[in-house]
Design a protein around this ligand. Structure first.
Ligand SMILES: Cc1ncc(C[n+]2csc(CCOP(=O)(O)OP(=O)(O)O)c2C)c(N)n1
Ligand SMILES: [Mg+2]
Length: 823
């Protein structure tokens, strides 16, 4: 089913001009008096009060960081505090018209946004709902602290809860919103629509795209806002996020019900500085940030510059842009002008800017100016404001007293095994369907799938009934096994979506998805721009919102382009949320060959090193299907490795071949592929088959029975079978296609040494790829481990093989020399 969107020369060779519409810059004109037509006096007083609470909260943190105390109460806060003093109007103006169902994702400087959004949510929620949220959040841990000594209405209690919960989080306390696992830069509170804040500049941009995708695809109420800094516009993933969010296909190709733009605002909190770098005049060239919307799509992203020093100008913009989003004409880009008086962090001496510049902004300070405006409009009196100042100070002091006191607000105990972090690195749930009761949207019944019908003609095993090896084309290979698992999951979980480069029509770069295009509507299977960062980052946002995402990066070499999203986002949000959030996300990557240095690396060791990721590497069709089923049934992030060399290989080990129905491989369990008593060979991925060839030769030529173990799972990994085997054989060689230096094999070798040292006749020997670039295909056998390397390494470093003449040099002396040379 191709797209049928003809690209015709007569169309694209026409002459003409690209025209741009003017981009509004600070066009808001209303006075407070005029705004009394749409805001009540109480609304306006609330806006001012929220701004003051944020200012006082941040000033308290500044005092604590600079002087080690607040109002005489000492506290040594070692962690970060990126303050937003000066930026309050931008946060409060944004939050005013947001509902609880509108979700914000922010940055390292988001304390103000957390509080503003929280206050707005508290006003919109009923008392009963507020109590339910506070009582159920971590079983009321935060509420119990806040309730002590409190008397008053529920909404006032909720305000205390919000301020204390955020502050206790910043101070790393167990009663904090994320049990102290998020801290200042990552604190968040989903029940109020406050989603993860990100210490990676621009990190929230692509995550927010995924969140908006989830809302769009599943018609959830509300919009999504990415609050990111002006300097983040220099980040590749932010551009990628913008590209992914503005794809034509949402309006051109998706079915009628799902047609239209994403409900998303890229909200650039434009305070004119990175840390010390100055985007305008120094590090960027666009001058007016909003200009950038112009080139991205014909709507120019409805881009606007808004005066973020006036809360009502920001509120007006958000209200208007929400209408745009509800008409499904998003996304929107806002350039919200603001300024921070505080340094980037309290230790910042502001050496990059003139004092007079700060003073010029302080002269038009939003808090002062808005207060004056309210007095002039008769909304409040100077005395009201004085009284309010005192009340707010008392409010902050109350939270500070409790949050800074270790007896009232202890930290999580991480000493014991089984402690919080042991429990929340993974959520380890098994969920067939993330939205039970809803039928998955598909185009044809599963049984009618043309590829499934073709596969029904093939042998489930690599052998015929007589035990003869069948040609590859006649049996189910890894490619087909993966397809079967994935197709089946699409019919089981309505939230499952798959996307990436060439995923639709083409069938995935290596044809795993061939047959899916016929089965699935666009919103469940689509092509993306070549934006690896945003592919993974958006999948993170999609999963955080409650969906299941399956994304693909073709070659694992391209993980470099999605480094942050894999290493910092996909891996960490479950634990940084202290277990509130789940991450059902499977990232498929393949290990290539034939295509040289940048398309042939095995990077499984790199991701196995990152805490919070499950890493799987099947080498057989039975495992490919059973492990993909496992991954797509779980609630954790999985990096799923596939070897391009093995896509066609049939099932050689399971007597019944690849089952047609659903089954899972037991998580973390290696598989013994060949039994033996003299030596253990452990493989990861495609080296399994070279290990088996070596084992065969050891048996035939040298009379040694090698046991071959296919690791399958790098993390989690149950070593029991491995220990048992090495205990029995006393000798072990480990092999994989990853470069030898720093390879995961070393982690395994050291565990084996520590655990079964007494049984070992020789140290474990590692045979990895050379610490080189991968050369051209014709020379690859000098780079990837070969059967001969395994035999030679056994001969030279474990046990001499009678009559064996090595053809390669696997000696320790040579290794030492290579170490000295760094190769
Ligand atoms: C990817 C990344 N690069 C660099 C940093 C260090 N850093 C932290 S904040 C910051 C400046 C960010 O400026 P902007 O995005 O405008 O946000 P602001 O601090 O002004 O709120 C930098 C460079 C980081 N946290 N993440
Ligand atoms: Mg900035």
């Amino acid at each position: 089913m191709p797209k049928c969107q003809m690209i015709l020369p007569q169309e694209h060779r026409k002459s003409g001009f690209v025209e741009f519409k003017p981009i509004p810059v600070n066009q808001y004109r209303r006075t407070v008096r005029e705004e009394l037509a749409r805001y009540s006096p109480e609304d306006l007083r609330n806006i001012l009060r929220d701004m003051r609470i944020i200012r006082t909260f941040e000033t308290m943190l500044s005092e604590v960081k600079l002087r080690g105390n607040y109002k005489g109460i000492p506290y040594d806060h070692r962690g970060p505090a990126h303050l937003s003093i000066g930026q309050e109007a931008a946060a409060v103006g944004q939050a005013f018209h947001l509902g609880v169902e509108d979700h914000i994702y922010g940055s390292h400087r988001s304390h103000g946004e957390i509080l503003a959004k929280g206050f707005s949510a508290i006003r919109k929620l009923g008392d009963e709902e507020l109590l339910r949220i506070m009582k159920s959040y971590f079983d009321g841990a935060c509420l119990r602290v806040v309730e002590q000594g409190f008397s008053g209405p529920v909404k006032a209690l909720a305000v205390d809860f919000l301020i204390y919960g955020a502050l206790a989080e910043i101070f790393g306390r167990e009663a904090g919103f994320n049990k102290g696992m998020g801290g200042s830069m990552h604190a968040f509170f989903p029940p109020f629509g406050i989603y993860p804040n990100n210490a990676i500049v621009g990190g929230s941009a692509d995550i927010a795209v995924g969140a908006a995708l989830y809302k769009h695809i599943h018609r959830r109420p509300g919009i999504v806002i990415a609050n990111i800094g002006d300097a983040s516009l220099g980040c590749g993933p932010v551009w990628e996020a913008i590209c992914l969010a503005t794809m034509d296909q949402y309006r051109e190709l998706w079915d009628r019900e799902h047609r239209g733009g994403l409900p998303l605002i890229f909200n650039f909190v434009n305070n004119f500085y990175g840390m010390g770098g100055q985007p305008v005049g120094e590090t960027m060239g666009q001058r007016v940030l909003a200009r950038l919307g112009a080139g991205v799509n014909p709507d120019q992203m409805h881009a606007e510059r808004v005066d973020g020093y006036n809360p009502l100008a920001v509120a007006d913009a958000v209200l208007r842009k929400k209408e745009v989003l509800l008409r499904r004409e998003g996304p929107v880009l806002l350039d919200v002008v603001t300024y921070r008086y505080s340094g980037h962090s309290p230790s910042d001496a502001s050496s990059y800017r003139e004092r007079s510049e700060i003073e010029a902004w302080q002269k038009v300070d939003s808090l002062e100016a808005f207060g004056r405006d309210l007095i002039e409009a008769g909304v409040c009196t100077p005395e009201d404001l004085e009284r309010e100042k005192e009340e707010v100070e008392a409010l902050i002091l109350k939270a500070y007293r409790k949050a800074s006191d270790l007896r009232i607000s202890p930290r999580v105990d991480l000493k014991k095994s089984g402690c919080l972090l042991d429990r929340v690195m993974f959520s380890n749930q098994r969920i067939e369907n993330l939205e039970p009761g809803r039928a998955p949207e598909v185009l044809i019944p599963k049984e009618e799938n043309p590829r499934l019908k073709q596969l029904a003609q093939r042998s489930r095993s690599a052998f015929d009934e007589k035990g003869n090896r069948l040609p590859k084309a006649r049996c189910i290979g890894i490619r087909d096994a993966l397809f079967e698992a994935i197709l089946d999951r699409f019919y089981a979980d309505p939230t499952l979506v798959a996307y990436g480069e060439e995923n639709r029509d083409w069938g995935g770069a290596f044809a795993v998805y061939r047959g899916l295009t016929e089965a699935l509507p666009y919103h469940r299977l689509f092509n993306t721009p070549i934006s690896e960062g945003a592919i993974v980052g958006s999948a993170v946002g999609y999963a955080l919102e409650g969906g299941r995402a399956l994304v693909e990066l073709m070659y694992c070499d391209f993980m470099g382009r999605a480094g942050d999203e894999i290493f910092n986002q996909m891996s960490k949000w479950q634990s940084m949320s202290a277990g509130i959030l789940r991450m059902p996300l499977v990232l498929r990557v393949s290990v290539g060959s034939k295509y040289g240095a940048q398309h042939s690396q095995d990077w499984s060791s790199i991701v196995a090193h990152i805490p919070g990721l499950k890493v799987m590497f099947p080498a057989t069709p039975y495992d490919a299907k059973g492990m993909m089923n496992l991954a797509l049934q779980g609630s954790d992030p999985v990096v799923f490795f596939e070897s391009q060399r093995l896509y066609d290989i049939g099932e050689l080990f399971e007597p019944g071949g690849v089952p047609e129905g659903y089954y899972e491989v037991q998580e973390g369990e290696p598989a013994i592929r060949r039994k033996g008593k003299d030596l253990t060979i452990i493989s990861i991925g495609a080296t399994l088959y070279r290990a088996l060839e070596a084992a065969e030769e050891l048996s035939v030529r040298y009379g040694l029975k090698a046991e071959v173990i296919d690791t399958r799972f790098l993390n989690p990994l149950n070593y029991e079978k491995i220990y048992e085997s090495v205990h029995k054989t006393g000798k072990v060689l480990l092999t994989s296609d990853a470069c030898e230096r720093g390879s995961f094999l070393h982690t395994m070798a050291s565990r084996i040494t520590e655990t079964v040292f007494d049984s070992l006749d020789a140290p474990p020997v590692i045979v990895g790829s050379r610490n080189w670039i991968t050369p051209a295909h014709e020379m690859e056998h000098f780079f990837f481990p070969q059967k001969e390397w395994i035999l030679d390494a056994i001969h030279q470093r474990i046990v001499p093989l009678q009559g064996h003449t090595p053809t390669t040099d696997q000696s320790l002396e040579t290794l030492h020399e290579r170490d000295r040379e760094g190769v």
